[in-house]
Design a protein around this ligand. Structure first.
Ligand code: F6P
Length: 320
């Protein structure tokens, strides 16, 4: 193997640069030429690429986002787009590809692998919805961002006896919401994985206020509903004025945590080692203390990674 490529795809997350640096340096140290594809699969289709040397990844590991840039590429979902991407890879003499991204990106990676270019996937998505890894890249930094925001909101909530409804990212997955609930001592979390009873929450909110606990944080995963709607429904039911915060893309940026830097370094190095070993068609992920491989077929057909039910129990037990 002489030449490999790497791309970052889908929603960016903190730790992508640290991972990229590890891929490039592990490749170079093994005598490989490493090509960086810009703008994810779109760049593969449009032939946007650069040769990476050790300096091209200097001083990036502490930066959020991705220096290669990312995109959500609809063309890649079509047979013509996939074919063009594969032809371009083969035309560039690429013998292995590292895809850093979420579930859709890993599905694209598996499709490329099936067309004869070995692919290793690296799970990267703040949603933490990818199966066969305990945690995806970017989750820890996003969670820290959310915690910082909620800690600040709690200061002002307690000063004004107010309730806040806070919308947290997570298209189909409430992991960030539940983890933030536990880590900030917020009162409620509404997530797509669980039915919620807004009447019961309203009754409880009123009870808390009557007991003198006059500020509350209600977390809503975006997949469970819009914070604005929840706030209106609370107002309609019990007359409480709440303030609404949508944390949005704030959650995705910022310097990666120590956890995401280390995870990125380990996953990046493991991806290259697996390509060299001829183990294309796999995702590298964190399982327990180790980096393990799972076939991309299994990963991309497993569905959304379920939230550990013990976390859900813990969140509800700590709300007294
Ligand atoms: O998949 C990561 C994620 O941040 C989701 O939580 C969110 O629903 C989505 O991406 C937002 O996508 P975009 O950046 O394309 O608006």
């Amino acid at each position: 193997m002489k030449r490999i490529a790497v791309l970052t795809s889908g929603g960016d997350c903190s730790g992508m640069n640290a991972t990229l640096r590890a891929v490039v340096r592990a490749g170079l140290v093994s005598g490989l030429e490493v090509i960086g594809i810009q703008k994810g699969y779109q760049g593969l289709i449009d032939r946007l690429y650069e040769t990476m040397d050790t300096r091209s990844v200097s001083n990036i590991l502490q930066r959020g986002g991705t220096i290669l840039q990312s995109a959500r590429c609809k063309e890649m979902l079509t047979p013509a787009g996939l074919n063009l991407a594969c032809e371009n890879l083969k035309g560039m003499g690429i013998e292995g590809l590292v895809v850093i991204g979420g579930d859709g990106s890993l599905t694209g990676g598996y499709a490329i692998h099936q067309q004869g270019v070995p692919v290793i996937g690296i799970p990267a998505s703040i949603d933490n919805d990818i199966a066969f890894t305990d945690v995806s890249l970017g989750v820890d930094t996003a969670l820290n961002n959310i915690i910082r925001a909620i800690d600040n909101l709690k200061d002002t909530a307690s000063s004004h006896d107010r309730a806040f409804v806070v919308e947290v990212m997570g298209r189909n997955c409430g992991y960030l919401t539940v983890a933030a609930n536990i880590a900030t001592g917020s009162e409620y979390s509404l997530i797509p994985e669980e039915q919620f009873d807004l009447d019961a929450i309203c009754t409880d909110l009123r009870r808390r206020y009557q007991e003198g606990r006059s500020n509350s944080i209600i977390l809503v995963a975006e997949g469970a509903g819009k914070a604005e709607d929840i706030a209106n429904q609370i107002k309609d039911r019990i007359g409480f004025e709440t303030r609404v915060i949508v944390l949005g893309h704030y959650q995705r940026g910022g310097s990666p945590s120590s956890f995401d830097r280390l995870l990125g370094a380990r996953l990046g190095q493991a991806a290259v080692a697996n390509l060299i070993a001829g183990n294309g068609g796999n995702m590298v992920g964190l399982q327990g203390a180790n980096i393990e491989t799972t076939s991309l077929l299994e990963v991309t057909t497993a569905g959304i990674r379920p939230i550990n039910p013990k976390l859900l129990t813990l969140a509800s037990q700590l709300l007294i």
